[in-house]
Design a binder for this molecule. Structure first.
Ligand SMILES: [Zn+2]
Ligand SMILES: [Zn+2]
Length: 164
C-alpha cells in the first residue's frame, strides 16, 4: 500500500462522516431547544378575554370562558364562567397533574345574558346565576326560601351603596 492510497482512503471516510453530521444537525434542528418554551405555552398565560360586570363595572381580562378551564384540572363549573389564572401564583410544571390556582370572576346572567361578577351586590345564584336587576324581577316565581334569601341580599347591597 502506498502513502497516497492511505491518504485517499482517509479522505473518502471523512467525507462520509461530514454527511452523517449534516443529517444529525437536521434532526437536532427539528427538536425545540431545551431552554426555550414552546410558543403556545407563553401565549396561554396572556389574558385575552374581556370580562365586564354589567352591574359594578368591574373590568378585567381573563384567560378562559367556559365550564372546564384547562388549567384547573378536573374542575367543571355548573355554568360557563369567566376564569382568570391567579396572577400571583407560578403555574405548576406541566408534568405535575395538579390544578392551578385560579379565580372565577363571574358568569353571564341566565336571563339577560350580560356578564356579572360574583359579588353579592351584583349577582344571585338560584339554580342559575342572575344579575341582581333580573333577579329582583324573577324572584316572584321562585320558592319563598330563595325569595327571602335574595331579598336579604338586595337589602344588604342597598345598605352597602348608602354607606359608600
Ligand atoms: Zn360586579
Ligand atoms: Zn340579567
Amino acid at each position: 500500500m502506498s502513502q497516497d492510497q492511505i491518504f485517499n482512503d482517509d479522505d473518502a471516510e471523512s467525507d462520509l462522516r461530514l454527511l452523517d453530521d449534516d443529517g444529525a444537525d437536521i434532526q437536532r434542528l427539528k427538536l425545540p431547544a431545551p431552554t426555550e418554551k414552546p410558543e403556545d405555552d407563553v401565549d396561554e398565560r396572556i389574558a385575552r378575554i374581556e370580562f365586564h360586570c354589567s352591574v359594578c363595572n368591574m373590568h378585567e381580562l381573563v384567560h378562559y370562558y367556559g365550564k372546564e378551564p384547562p388549567f384547573g384540572l378536573g374542575i367543571r363549573f355548573r355554568e360557563d364562567s369567566f376564569v382568570m389564572r391567579d396572577p400571583f401564583q407560578a403555574p405548576p410544571p406541566r408534568w405535575q397533574s395538579k390544578a392551578e390556582y385560579y379565580v372565577a370572576l363571574g358568569v353571564k346572567c341566565a336571563t339577560c345574558g350580560k356578564p356579572v361578577c360574583k359579588d353579592a351586590a351584583c349577582s344571585f345564584y338560584y339554580t342559575q346565576t342572575y344579575c341582581l336587576p333580573c333577579g329582583s324581577v324573577q324572584l316572584k316565581s321562585w320558592p319563598v326560601e330563595a325569595q327571602s334569601k335574595l331579598r336579604k341580599q338586595l337589602a344588604a347591597s342597598k345598605q352597602k351603596e348608602q354607606s359608600n
